[in-house]
Design a protein around this ligand. Sequence first.
Ligand code: FES
Ligand code: FES
Length: 200
Amino acid sequence: MAPATPATASAITLTVNGEKHTLTVDHRTTLLDALRERLDLTGPKKGCDQGQCGACTVLVDGRRIVSCLELAVATEGRAVTTIEGVADGDALHPVQQAFLDLDGFQCGYCTPGQICSALAVLDEHAAGWPSAATPDVRPEAGPPPLTPEEIRERMSGNLCRCGAYVSIVQAVARAAEHRAGHPGHGAEATTESTTKESAA
Ligand code: FES
Ligand code: FES
């Protein structure tokens, strides 16, 4: 009797932007390709396809990942949020609004990934997670101020070929102020965000 042929595809069920989907995918299919090619969610972009640029960033169970490095089958039963699921109907999320108001983009190719990353940055910071730029990582020190240096470090996995980094840092700073209940003008970031390269 011939040996059984190993299965090369599986049916998976995942929730994307609050909607449940069941689809059969080749085991080699990345989450990015499943989103773009199977579910027509083209917000997440394919920049490098090797985990280097962050253009494909989405949230899985609230944590940011580069979807080009995640196999679709690994997201079975999980909740995925793409840029298409960030706004509340016609009302932009404060992070989206800040990017719009402060020109946090030029061509926009990296923007869906930047915004998904920024959403996670705000959550990670609120949860007290340190970054490589945090001077005091002791838990009792509490969350570090979300300075431009912190923002640049925490957003450093998201590249922007247009070099919109100065405005991106300002937009994240403004969204953080909004979240803290102190809507401001992102001025804290304005004076210190002087080089585009520093966020790359
Ligand atoms: S396309 Fe995924 S990190 Fe570049
Ligand atoms: S706005 Fe063009 S790549 Fe970032």
